[in-house]
Design a protein around this ligand. Sequence first.
Ligand SMILES: *Cc1c(COP(=O)(O)O)cnc(C)c1O
Length: 500
Amino acid sequence: MTETLDIQRELRQLPAVDELLKTPAVGGLLERFPRPLVVEQLRHGLAEIRQLVAGERRQLMAVYDYDTFIAAVAGRLEEYLAPRLKRVINATGVVIHTNLGRAPLPEAAVRQAAVIACRYSNLEYDLAAGRRGLRYDNVEELLCRLTGAEAAMVVNNNAGAVLLVLSALAAGREVVVSRGELIEIGGAFRIPEVIVQGGALLREVGATNRTHLRDYEQAIGEDTALILKVHTSNYRIAGFTTAVDSRTLAALAARRGVPLVEDLGSGCLLDLAGLGVGGEPSVRRVVESGIDVVTFSGDKLVGGPQAGIIVGRRELIERIRMHPLNRALRIDKLTLAFLEEVLRLYLDPERVYRVVPTLAMLTTEPAVLKRRARRLARELEAVFGDRAEIAVVAGVSRAGGGALPLVELPTRLVTLDVHGMAAAAVERYLRCRKLPVVVRIADDRVVFDPRTLFADDFQEIAAAGRELVASGGRGQGSGFGSQETEGGSQGAGKRQEKRR
Ligand SMILES: *Cc1c(COP(=O)(O)O)cnc(C)c1O
């Protein structure tokens, strides 16, 4: 009985939002944060306290303190206003990690792109002629030089490029494709469905494992719009297999007067094989083999921004350009600015391996990886002491992004086994901190692959380790009335948990 009265009294004593807004500490908040958000968080906080008061009386003391309350509100505002799209550290060793933003762009490309972003530009203006120009003019020459193609254009992404090419060249007619290449890329991008979406008819030839030249020959007829080759990026058919090579197919296409189009997917501008990385042919080789139109991604092996690059015979590129869908898929100026800068780096084949991160990571020497792994292991040993077991072991990294699917890039991994803490819990702790560290787990150990780490990531991983040690491996507190632990990292984790 008295308890209920107490609660009612407590509730009446809670200040109103208007009163709080006049207090000095909230004045401080108003200087740092937008007023509507401050008001919203004060309301929210008061409502939570009301619930606590009405519910469990014992928790009250911990929250019913003005300073604690304001600090909690400030924490929530900071958390809310922090960027949601944020940098993470990729310790997975998957170089073109689709979930983690694929290709990290070269720093050398950023300055010029920032200028284009913040000012006006000649995006579609021919300065010499003083009239309207083409959006791709600025990259077309570079793309032609780097691939040996006659003409080039760029759209939003490669999926869009494939759809556009099919819509422009094959609508209402047949597209001949080997059954071994009717693949799904992921995200519901399936070749048979894209062909239908492009308004064309699929004419499958051959069998899953074997397609012969005669299969193509027999399928080509009056209604054939084009032959499509698809790079089976993310899988391989092994064993009893046959596929028709590009040159032979190109000769057939030329003989029959049908365009030959290839969706190359990752599309490398250099011969990586020369560096011992996989057997993916360069775009130049594909063009040289006689393919009429080639499409590939800007942010896979090229190491640039998300884009769909289309290169090939001028007359066909013109037709693709004129299609209305091109307007819907057009590339924006920021992407174009980044793409041009990245392509320019390729003009120096000696340096490009060092300045384009994707290429640098794919071609890092084993000796360098070993040195970096040892360095990381030493730093972690210094942090964890006898609280964990740390080792450097041989392992493999992956290109990712559907590129070089069978290629195992040898690397050195650092394994971390924190005593008394499951690998999954350590993984989660690292992933949920303010600057997340994404790792792999193997054999119930957390694994760091130095291949995808930038120089400044090492000290950050060590810092994450120190936080983990300091927290005693405990999870995060939640809401008002619970003890906030040191470091803003906890808050970030909380938000992620809530949003799931
Ligand atoms: C990755 C890929 C695509 C899709 O490219 P995006 O740039 O992701 O749109 C299409 N085809 C192939 C063969 C691919 O590997």
